[in-house]
Design a protein around this ligand. Structure first.
Ligand SMILES: [Zn+2]
Ligand SMILES: [Zn+2]
Length: 305
């Protein structure tokens, strides 16, 4: 809760006028207990998880031909019932998560040291924190994921997540509860080591969730993919291969970037797969060219005759 009785008092404490964002934040949070602001994280994530996969799901049902060219495994159609099953399971966990957040707030506040008041963080501070959180999360997730691919980890925990060899957005959270718990450690590591404002936390967890849904979407749209803007960005094709290769996959463990797999040489399978795909594509293009040439020769022959 912001410890100022009025906006004028807040501005006096800041020593300047509030920005429009700070004024909006003041209005929104002035009478709200910190525990409720803390719980917003789960509510925001649930809304994002509900909405983000919907456009692709609707297109798949009503206009599949529009998105088929971008499907990573065009031969596999995940039944709508399976996607809905994943969603319902996540929805059942939602009230438990809110309750847990409320109960754990005093302890979480001590560990996370989240700022809730004024001033709001600058864009530079927010971006710098998000970069640190992303790199840290990617590195830790890589090693946890590798451990989950040991025989014990896979059989006891990770097998559930690999039930989908061609994943969909809602299957992003389809995992054993222990896996969901383990993978929340890398996501929380950044905010614990480098404390931030609650708005940065909301942004961080939202970006992470959207990215998680994207890499499980089963589609790669080159015109909106950030792969050309962000160095070592993996994207949907990268993680989709991990699911395609299945439980014995020892390739593509990192969730966001590709540098860990490159450094620890766990991208060999993917590179071989891409090479094979490129050869198949080249062969089909050559065959197509031969057919076209054959057609045009026949046509020109007929014309001459
Ligand atoms: Zn895996
Ligand atoms: Zn996955």
């Amino acid at each position: 809760m912001i410890p100022y009785a009025s906006a004028a008092e807040a501005e006096a404490a800041l020593g300047r006028a509030m920005t429009w964002a700070e004024a909006a934040w003041y209005k929104y949070s002035v009478a709200m207990p910190d525990a409720w602001l803390h719980c917003h994280t789960t509510v925001i994530l649930f809304v994002i998880y509900t909405i983000t996969p919907l456009p692709l799901l609707i297109l798949e049902q009503f206009a599949p031909s529009v998105i088929l060219p971008y499907k990573l495994q065009p031969g596999v159609q995940v039944p709508l019932a399976d996607s809905l099953r994943c969603y319902i399971e996540a929805a059942c966990v939602f009230p438990i998560a809110v309750g847990f957040q409320l109960l754990s707030y005093p302890a979480a506040a001590k560990v996370l040291r989240t700022r809730m008041g004024l001033p709001l963080p600058s864009v530079r501070e927010t971006v710098a924190q998000l970069v640190v959180y992303s790199l840290l999360e990617d590195y830790l997730s890589y090693w946890i994921h590798r451990l989950l691919h040991t025989q014990w980890g896979y059989e006891k925990i990770h097998r559930v997540h690999h039930e989908f060899t061609a994943p969909t957005g809602f299957a992003m959270s389809y995992s054993h509860w222990a896996e969901n718990l383990l993978l929340s450690i890398p996501a929380l590591a950044g905010p614990v080591i480098v404390p931030c404002h609650i708005t940065t936390q909301w942004l961080w967890f939202s970006i992470r969730l959207i990215e998680g849904i994207n890499i499980h979407s089963g589609y790669h749209f080159p015109f909106i993919s950030p792969s050309k803007l962000i160095p070592f960005y993996g994207g949907a094709a990268y993680h989709d291969y991990h699911h395609y290769a299945g439980g014995r996959s020892q390739s593509n463990f990192a969730p966001l970037f590709t540098y860990c797999d490159y450094i620890y040489r766990t991208d060999k399978g993917y590179r071989y797969h891409k090479l094979k795909q490129a050869k198949v594509l080249l062969k089909s293009l050559e065959e197509n060219n031969v057919d076209k040439k054959g057609g045009s020769t026949a046509f020109s022959t007929r014309k001459t005759d």
